[in-house]
Structure formats: structure tokens, C-alpha cells
Design a protein around this ligand. Structure first.
Ligand code: HEC
Length: 162
């Protein structure tokens, strides 16, 4: 009887532990389905670009349905998610094609939660690894500081090409 109680307690504690982990993970949710979202634009960043060291390759920007509303109105509602998918390029038979993922940057709009960074949570997944997206507050502030150049467009640089 006593043993069962201990087991029960142990189960309760580990279940609590899991839900805490889930909450922490929620701080950097990897948007698994983004490749099926709306494609906003792509840019090929070549060696002549000032941004080549960090942005060289091809990037595609994707928006979920909520973010599409934002591209329409200039004000992105809570739940908007935008993905910057950066890939290496390679030359194959005269064609420039996508190589391995360099990095996946994500912006998630939650006005209250991310008040310090204009309502956006910033995440960055090196090599697209879903387990490594969380950024320190300092790094998020650096993302937000540059994105603030577009505070006329709710901190979003890209425009949706019709
Ligand atoms: C020095 C300026 C600068 C910094 C710092 C910066 N970005 Fe950006 N970001 C840009 C620009 C410019 C674009 C638009 C690229 C395009 O239009 O193709 C962009 C695009 C994006 C997008 C697509 C949505 C949009 O605004 O068009 C996401 C998501 C993103 N960045 C995330 C991040 C994250 C996460 C960080 C920090 C780790 C970060 N950015 C840091 C300049 C910056």
C-alpha cells in the first residue's frame, strides 16, 4: 500500500516535470509544417553581397495564415508565425540548386508574452535543428533592434508579392 503511494507520487512528480519541459519547449516552438505555408519571397544572396558571410545562399520566407493577414493589413495578429529558411546553394549542371539548411529563423507574434521585443518572439535553429531554437534575451533584443527599422510594418521587412 505504502509502496503504491510512493509510486503514485513518483508518477505525479515526473508528469509535472514533463509538463514543465513542454512549457519550456513552447518558448521556442519549431514550426514543423512551415514548408506547406504561403511562400512570401526568395532571395539569392551571392558573394558580392555585404551580407554574404551570414546570409549567403538562398533564403525563402514563409507565412502561416495569421501572418498572411498581417502582410495584408500591416498589423500582425497574435499567432502569426514567419519563417526565414536559409539554405546553402550548389551548382549542378549549370543550375544553382538548394543545398543543406544553414539556419532557420522564426518570428512568432504574441503581443503580451514578447512585449520587450515589439510583440515578436525571435528564434534561430542552426542547421534547422528543431531542438536548438531558443535565443538569450540579448540575442532576441539584437534581432528586434534591426527589425525595428520596419516599425511602420510591425517589424516585418518582407512584403508579400501579389
Ligand atoms: C541587421 C538586421 C537584421 C538582424 C540583426 C536580424 N534580421 Fe531578420 N531580417 C532582416 C531583413 C533585412 C529581412 C528581410 C529579408 C528579405 O526580405 O528577403 C529579415 C527577415 C527575417 C524574417 C522573415 C520576416 C521578415 O521580417 O521579413 C525572420 C523570421 C527573421 N528575419 C528573423 C530574425 C531573427 C530570429 C533574428 C535574430 C537571430 C534576425 N532576424 C536578425 C534583417 C535583420
Amino acid at each position: 500500500m505504502k509502496r503504491n503511494l510512493v509510486l503514485l507520487l513518483a508518477t505525479a512528480v515526473s508528469a509535472g516535470g514533463f509538463s514543465l519541459l513542454a512549457q519550456l519547449d513552447d518558448a521556442a516552438p519549431f514550426p514543423k509544417e512551415f514548408r506547406t505555408w504561403a511562400h512570401v519571397k526568395s532571395v539569392l544572396v551571392g558573394p558580392q553581397s555585404a551580407a554574404f558571410a551570414t546570409e549567403g545562399g538562398i533564403h525563402h520566407i514563409y507565412a502561416n495564415d495569421k501572418a498572411l493577414e498581417g502582410y495584408e493589413t500591416g498589423k500582425f495578429p497574435d499567432g502569426s508565425v514567419i519563417v526565414y529558411d536559409l539554405l546553402e546553394t550548389k551548382e549542378v549542371a549549370g543550375n544553382t540548386v538548394e543545398g543543406p539548411t544553414r539556419r532557420i529563423d522564426v518570428m512568432v507574434k504574441q503581443g503580451e508574452l514578447y512585449r520587450a521585443t515589439a510583440g515578436w518572439g525571435f528564434m534561430s535553429f542552426p542547421s534547422g535543428n528543431p531542438a536548438e531554437g531558443r535565443l538569450t534575451a540579448e540575442r532576441q533584443a539584437a534581432c528586434a533592434a534591426c527589425h525595428a527599422k520596419r516599425d511602420d510594418h510591425d517589424s516585418v521587412f518582407s512584403e508579400f508579392r501579389k
